[in-house]
Design a protein around this ligand. Structure first.
Ligand SMILES: Nc1ncnc2c1ncn2[C@@H]1O[C@H](COP(=O)(O)OP(=O)(O)OP(=O)(O)O)[C@@H](O)[C@H]1O
Length: 346
């Protein structure tokens, strides 16, 4: 049994097989009450499976979960009413209008505060008078969002909620999520890409092939993400710079070094006749270490770009491809540094 930790959601080795295929492999995590938790992963990673297990739509092969302190297998309608769920594949095909459908759903999930449906519909720009079967994909998704939020549930479980939404509505959606968390509601939201929820998520589980390959705060992810670095040093030469980088171990930190005009394999170049040395690459270690190292030179130019989180997440997906073992992968990421070579590395 998952221990009741006071978390809104707690899973312990939660696993689901479909025949011989492992859709979810020993998921163990806690989602703090009042937080926004992102589940990120490519197609088939197990995101929907994990969320459906929390809703008791499907049952685990092994392991356990507690949702709002209750085992979803025994929580029944009482637990269900405390959850707002947006399924990944929303089917809305009837002649019923959006308003009538939401009123019906409100009678099941209720109580819904007077005016809540209209306010939400207005905020996302949904016409409640139209028959649901005539709504576009994006407008169906808006209806799904309204029904998930309308009864101010303790827990929102949203499976790819931004799918089909235009950028403006996506922003509105993120505001709704932030407001919910500010009220103390807990939000679990899945997405293919971190960038869609990066602004609002407190913590994220990055999944691939049924397993969590990284579980951390967005802040930690940002700190450990690869940053592109460019520096120009004057009054020195490639050999001196190289020796300094090697002596400090910073050369391995600068693991990706794109080729300049006369760059060597480590991305250090000496523009002919200028007497200066250019370094360019991807820094996977700390900025502090790099700055202290460069302080021994005359630095003409230094550019450290914002970390590219999406690139880091995509690297996590790729790292776990067949041939790269999960244990090896974990070691690579434990201290936030990766030894993996960048695709541009010469
Ligand atoms: N009912 C089912 N029967 C058989 N296999 C299933 C079933 N549901 C999911 N799977 C398999 O389990 C794995 C995980 O699927 P899941 O839908 O959880 O992934 P996902 O991360 O939500 O993917 P997507 O982003 O494409 O929605 C996939 O390999 C999928 O084919």
């Amino acid at each position: 049994m998952a221990a009741h930790t006071g978390a809104a959601v707690s899973t312990s080795a939660l696993s689901k097989r479909f025949g011989r295929a492992v859709a979810l492999d020993a998921l163990t995590l806690d989602v703090a009450a009042g937080s926004i938790f992102g589940v990120i992963g490519p197609n088939g990673a197990g995101k929907t499976t994990a969320l459906r297990l929390l809703l008791d739509i499907i049952r685990p092969t092994s392991g356990s979960a507690l949702v709002l302190g209750v085992d979803p297998r025994i929580g029944g309608p009482e637990l269900r009413r405390r959850i707002g769920y947006l399924p990944g594949e929303l089917r809305l095909e009837g002649r019923i209008t959006g308003r009538n459908l939401l009123d019906q759903l409100a009678r099941i999930s209720g109580p819904v505060a007077p005016g809540a449906i209209d306010t939400l519909a207005e905020r996302v720009g949904l016409d409640l008078t139209r028959q649901v079967r005539t709504l576009s994909k994006g407008n169906k998704q808006k209806l799904g969002i309204v029904q998930a939020f309308m009864h101010t549930p303790d827990l929102l479980v949203l499976d790819e909620p931004t799918s089909g939404l235009d950028p403006l509505v996506q922003q509105t959606f993120l505001v709704l999520v932030t407001e919910a968390a500010a009220r103390g509601q807990t939000v679990i939201v899945s997405s293919h890409v971190l960038s869609e929820i990066e602004q609002v998520a407190d913590r994220v589980a990055i999944m691939r092939a049924g397993r969590v390959v990284r579980l951390s705060s967005v802040q930690e992810l940002r700190q450990s993400a690869a940053r592109h670095v460019r520096a120009t040093l004057s009054g020195t030469d490639v050999a001196t710079v190289r020796a300094a980088l090697e002596a400090d171990g910073a050369l391995s930190a600068l693991s990706t070094l794109s080729a300049g005009l006369s760059a060597d394999s480590a991305g250090i170049s000496e523009p002919l006749g200028t007497g200066s040395v250019c370094i360019s690459g991807t820094l996977n270690g700390s900025i502090d270490r790099l700055v202290k190292l460069l302080a021994g030179f005359t630095v003409v130019d230094l550019r450290i770009e914002e970390p590219d989180l999406e690139e880091s997440v995509l690297a996590l997906y790729r790292d776990d491809e067949p041939g790269s073992t999960r244990e090896h992968h974990r070691d690579d990421h434990r201290d936030g540094r990766r030894t993996k070579r960048h695709p541009h590395e010469s």
